[in-house]
Design a protein around this ligand. Structure first.
Ligand code: SF4
Ligand code: MG
Length: 334
């Protein structure tokens, strides 16, 4: 297939008890999203925290079961797979986490941490395994004499290198990286990103890169999807979206990037308020209470998708001229 990963109408709803009577209310953490990732590409999921990015990543790997929708990996519908088949597939789909310290067992040495996935997935002959581990360590910028040390003996950047080594040692095809550099010092971030780009070339990896950091996204990714309250509101080639953002939310995010050039700083759009609760999303376009361009129709109707060409789409009434004309006609009839 042309796409390594296809996500169709994916939903993840939670029920949480609320209020005095502990009534169950439904939280639509991921609310009907679709996107596809080509082999070898880096695809970004962008948005403020709480918009459903991490839940999307975890649902794709079936670390949490989706409520509805389809996830196809290399053509296979992963929701229909048996436990055993899913386990096999999981060695091809790995995850790198935001906090490398929390995700590395503090009681295990680096040797044990890297050996474990090879053992669990029964990968390589036993006598080959140490060679593979040594090679991976070298590739991520560590070495032999780190093998018998524990995670706490390393810096944050080194720990993330170990987390990456653990993901890559299985030679996966696909890696979901959830905020992989946001816990690191800025000075270390670019080193880790460059490492990920090198690994991508070396092993032909495909990435789903989850981040709220637009400057990292711009540097690192080929295509991007912007999420707001569990929905994708804009998708496109990363360059196209940065050069010509269509959705007012995307425009606000991009305008808020700390400007490297004074020329870029003058048009900053400041958003009012926080992201509303996904348990009680606003009607119509969920962004309307914060949108500087909101119109009357926005609180009443969910905007359809507009296609701007080259795979660039956005959901916003500003571009739904036909629909607005229809509305006028309706009024004319009345
Ligand atoms: Fe703003 Fe309306 Fe577009 Fe939503 S649909 S982003 S409220 S203009
Ligand atoms: Mg998150």
């Amino acid at each position: 297939p042309q796409f390594l990963l296809e996500v169709n109408h994916l939903k993840k709803y939670y029920e949480i008890p609320q209020g005095m009577f502990k009534e169950k209310i439904v939280v639509r953490a991921v609310d009907d999203i679709s996107f596809s990732i080509k082999k070898g590409e880096t695809f970004a999921l962008v948005g403020e925290s709480g918009c459903g990015k991490s839940t999307t990543g975890r649902t794709i790997l079936r670390l949490t079961e989706p409520t509805d929708g389809e996830v196809r990996f290399d053509g296979e519908d992963i929701r229909s797979l048996s436990y055993e088949k899913m386990r096999l597939l999981r060695s091809r789909m790995q995850m790198v986490f935001q906090d490398p310290y929390a995700s590395l067992n503090p009681k295990k040495t680096i040797r044990e941490i890297l050996m474990e996935p090879l053992r669990v997935h029964n990968k390589y002959e036993k006598k080959e395994r140490m060679d593979k581990i040594r090679k991976i360590l070298e590739i991520v910028g560590l070495s032999d004499h780190h093998l018998d040390r524990y995670p706490h003996e390393f810096s944050g950047g080194q720990r993330q290198r170990i987390g990456i080594a653990r993901a890559v040692v299985l030679q996966p095809d696909f890696i979901i990286a959830d905020e992989p550099v946001s816990a690191l010092d800025v000075s270390v971030q670019s080193q880790v990103i460059n490492l990920m780009l090198e690994l991508q070339k070396e092993f032909g990896l495909t990435y789903l890169f989850i981040s709220h950091d637009l400057s990292v996204i711009r540097h690192m990714t080929d295509r991007m999807a912007v999420m707001y309250l569990g929905k994708i509101i804009e998708v496109g080639n990363t360059d196209d979206v940065f050069e010509n953002p269509k959705h007012p939310y995307t425009q606000a995010l991009i305008s808020a990037i700390p400007a490297n050039h004074p020329r870029e700083s003058k048009d900053r759009i400041v958003l009012e308020g926080d992201v509303p609760s996904p348990a009680n999303p606003p009607s119509g376009c969920a962004f309307h209470p914060r949108c500087p361009a909101a119109m009357e129709i926005c609180s009443r109707r969910v905007p359809e998708e507009t296609d701007f060409g080259s795979g660039h789409t956005a959901k916003c009434h500003l571009y739904q001229m036909n629909e607005k004309r229809e509305e006028k006609d309706e009024h004319a009839v009345i």
